[in-house]
Design a protein around this ligand. Structure first.
Ligand code: FAD
Ligand code: UQ1
Length: 351
């Protein structure tokens, strides 16, 4: 039996960032509890570069004990039951944890098993099937890319549910036939909310994502529950960059909620994707809920730049480990505002 002020489910990007923010406010031990089963914390954006032979695997992960804030209590276990009516959860070891506020940051689950034969194919060292999505298989990707000398490489992109469920099956069969000849298959597995979350329909939307207000990130039914990151139903692109902007909103709204004030902080859907287009080249795409560009820098980001590649390869990992996970990075909004003032001033002087 445990009880705490702030309970955080998941110690990944969103969970660890929120734990860092709240332990600055609530310093006494056990006020902030993090439930997280994994010993290892991954910086997943580097998986793409590891697959391209640009970075080493060891740069993408650190021990969980090292990244979670020291004055948070880490319960190394998985949640199996949410009981929002009585403000508690139950873990797989049978522990019950009572909370005042709960922040759900469970990420996405990779459903490899939804594609028959995929797990066997990935495990087979002689197959040319690979994926950057799994930490246990990302190191194989570059070896397999190097082996290709001719043939066709296929990179999959999963479908959302569609009308006529037969059609995707048919095309899968045709494609499978085609792949028999194929030189390389890179798989993006089907993904979705963690199955545990999906089982709690009072907390989720029809697809199983945590049902929060897209602006305030507060749960739509249980007001002392907030969500951050990949497991919520907010229609932003599911990225770490989005989480950096969400973390400030969740923190402020929780603090206002606890103080009995009105919740006012708003997330506009900022997300970003550094599109590495080749060795030394990258387009930094940044946008909001409406997919309108929300660029940080005062120049047209629609082109490839070496600088953006450097940000992705060197600067963002530094920013992540040293600022974001310590609760000190609220996204690039502050720079965007600063550069906008600068942009306006230079336009005024030209006029
Ligand atoms: P995660 O960081 O995945 O953490 C979820 C945590 O919840 C995990 O530690 C898990 O163990 C835990 N958990 C799950 N179930 C339970 C349970 N039942 N009980 C307790 N804990 C549980 N983003 C960018 O901004 N830029 C990029 O360039 C970029 N590139 C990417 C490339 C790849 C290949 C991948 C895979 C991701 C990339 N991302 C990128 C996305 C980014 O990594 C994610 O959006 C982000 O890490 C999600 O954070 P999260 O906290 O929601 O989930
Ligand atoms: C960002 O903040 C972030 O999280 C640390 C990323 O994840 C790797 C990103 O990819 C991006 C683009 C940002 C946004 C930061 C700037 C300076 C544009």
């Amino acid at each position: 039996q445990h009880s705490c002020k702030i309970l955080i489910i998941g110690g990944g990007t969103g969970g660890c960032t929120m734990a860092a923010k709240f332990t600055k406010q609530y310093k006494e031990p056990k006020q902030v509890i993090v439930v997280e089963p994994s010993d290892i914390h991954y910086y997943q954006p580097l998986f793409t570069l590891i697959g391209g032979g640009i970075k080493l695997f060891k740069s993408s992960n650190r021990p969980m004990a090292q990244v979670l804030p020291r004055n948070a209590k880490w319960i190394k276990d998985s949640v199996i039951t949410f009981q929002p009516e009585s403000n508690n959860i139950i873990t797989s070891n049978g522990d019950t944890i009572q909370y005042e506020i709960m922040i759900v940051a469970m990420g996405l689950q990779l459903y490899w098993d939804k594609i028959p034969g995929l797990i066997e194919g990935l495990k087979n060292p002689d197959s040319q099937i690979c994926s950057i999505y799994g930490p246990e298989m990302v190191t194989e990707v570059f070896n397999k890319i190097k082996k290709v000398s001719n043939g066709t490489a296929v990179f999959t992109f999963p479908n959302t549910p569609v009308k006529c469920p037969g059609a995707p099956q048919k095309i899968a069969y045709i494609a499978e036939d085609y792949w028999q000849q194929y030189a390389l298959l890179h798989v993006t597995p089907p993904m979705g909310p963690p199955s545990i979350l999906k089982n709690h329909t009072n907390l989720t939307n029809a697809a199983g994502f945590l049902r929060v207000d897209p602006k305030t990130l507060q749960h739509e039914q249980y007001t002392n529950i907030f969500g951050i990151g990949d497991c919520t139903n907010t229609p932003n692109s599911k990225t770490m960059a989005a989480i950096s902007s969400q973390s400030k909103v969740v923190y402020r709204n929780v603090m206002d909620y606890l103080a009995g004030k009105e919740i006012r902080s708003v997330y506009e859907g900022y997300a970003s994707c550094p599109l590495v287009t080749g060795y030394g080249k990258c387009i930094l795409a940044e946008f909001d809920y409406k997919l309108q560009p929300l660029e940080t820098f005062p120049f047209d980001q629609g082109k490839e730049y070496y600088m953006m590649y450097w940000l992705k390869k060197t600067f963002f990992p530094f920013l992540y480990w040293n600022l974001m996970l310590k609760g000190n990075w609220d996204g690039p909004e502050v720079f965007r505002k600063y550069f906008n003032v600068f942009k306006r001033k230079s336009t005024e002087s030209v006029n």
